[in-house]
Design a protein around this ligand. Structure first.
Ligand code: ADP
Length: 397
């Protein structure tokens, strides 16, 4: 079964054609600068050919058309015709409280996704455009929506409610939703396989540390708490996002510098996090280099980030009444041994001991805790596309 996975943003579109049963990726790539001029990247697996071309993409329709043309291209294509695409899986950022799992896309589902637009005004409208563009070109092919928020819909009210007037929840749907659900679901399933135990019997803490970062407490395969909130601005400090801060700071800075709320939010989303703190970069590789050269602020940004990760590990162990394994995933979690080491520092009291030699590894599944560590520490590369393809195949059958 071949599944086309689409992750549509406002001006870009990532795609991957893969077989979820064999886990073989047939081709993948990226459409960028949609609505501007259009840049198309196509990489058929196993073949050397990497095509980077300027393709006019006034809308997402031309972008999807370029993807389909490349996939069936006689020279560099990987399938003979579009009929060999059995279903399309779409990443959708926000499913609100309506979607606790992936769904086959119908007119009703489209309307319900649209209703979630105010909750993710930058992302959901772009996801919808991507779905419509695919439907126009492949009207007979089943389409599935896979939501970033769905996995966290199992959280209990004490975890998802904010201590605000109740009416803001009832009338305005203000609550914690959480994101990166597809990634947390994938790595916790892999963790159960690596540990050789049913996921129902495991308490897991999944640390998705990338440019955007979130941590999830997963008890028996169900998300019971997560660090991102109503928006992906909450929780850990990130590349450029501040994470949790005192809301009173907003009033203080806005009054002092005459900033309106949009300007303030721009600072919190784009100029904060480890970039804001380090005055160096949002990229953890740059932080490592700068800290290595003696830059104190870069070292502080690394320490602050790892410190917050460590606090969440402690908090979520408390929330679940224990923890069997801590998982590191995504760009930073998979590659940055310094952050992993700092994050695990001082957790020996709860039975978590990192093996520094085993931690010297990148980008592959590995157990990096010491042999006598009661709590296992796992490195698991995330694979959101595969998770989307698995859900899509199951629903399209
Ligand atoms: P996104 O949230 O955009 O999906 P990723 O999960 O791809 O982000 O993570 C990207 C981040 O991973 C980069 O900004 C960088 O900080 C970090 N990263 C990537 N490679 C390394 C590395 N070798 N060492 C440390 N950090 C890395």
């Amino acid at each position: 079964m071949n599944i086309l996975v689409i992750n549509a943003g406002s001006s870009s579109l990532k795609y991957q054609l893969l077989n979820p049963e064999t886990q073989q990726v047939l081709a993948k790539g990226l459409c960028e600068r949609i609505g501007i001029d259009g840049k198309f990247t196509y990489k058929p697996e196993g073949k050397q050919a990497v095509k980077e071309a300027d393709v006019a993409m006034p809308t997402h329709n031309e972008a999807i058309k370029a993807v389909l043309d490349a996939l069936v291209d006689p020279a560099n294509g990987v399938i003979a015709s579009m009929k060999e695409i059995d279903a399309v899986g779409h990443r959708v950022v926000h499913g609100g409280e309506k979607f606790a799992r992936s769904v086959l896309i119908t007119d009703e589902v489209m309307a319900a996704i649209q209703e979630c637009n105010p909750l993710a005004p930058l992302h959901n409208p772009a996801n919808i455009i991507g779905i419509k563009a695919c439907q126009a070109l492949m009207p007979e092919t089943p389409m599935v929506a896979v939501f970033d928020t769905a996995f966290h819909q199992t959280m209990p009210p004490a975890a998802y409610m904010y201590a605000l007037p109740y009416e803001y929840y009832e009338k305005d749907k203000v609550r914690r939703y959480g994101f990166h659900g597809t990634s947390h679901k994938y790595v916790t399933q892999r963790a159960a396989a690596m540990l050789g135990k049913p996921i129902e019997e495991l308490k897991l803490i999944s640390c998705h540390l990338g440019n955007g970062s979130s941590i999830a407490a997963v008890d028996g395969g169900k998300s019971v708490d997560t660090s991102m909130g109503f928006t992906p601005l909450a929780g850990l400090p990130m590349g450029t996002r501040c994470g949790d801060i005192d809301a009173g700071i907003l009033q203080y800075l806005m009054n002092k510098y005459g900033m309106d709320i949009d300007k303030m939010l721009n600072v919190l989303n784009k100029k904060s996090g480890v970039e804001g703190l380090s005055c160096v970069s949002s990229d953890f590789r740059d932080l490592e280099n700068a800290a290595g050269e003696g830059n104190q602020k870069a070292a502080l940004a690394q320490e602050k980030f790892a410190y917050e990760v460590r606090k969440y590990v402690g908090a979520y162990a408390a929330a679940m009444g224990g923890v069997d394994a801590v998982i590191f995933t995504a760009g930073v979690g998979e590659n940055d041994k310094i952050i992993r080491s700092l994050a695990c520092k001082g957790l020996e009291y709860m039975g978590l001991k990192l093996d520094e030699a085993a931690n010297d590894v990148r980008g592959k599944e590995a157990v990096i805790s010491a042999a006598d560590s009661k709590v296992k520490v796992l490195l698991i590369p995330t694979n959101e596309e595969l998770m989307i393809a698995i859900d899509t195949a199951a629903l399209a059958k």
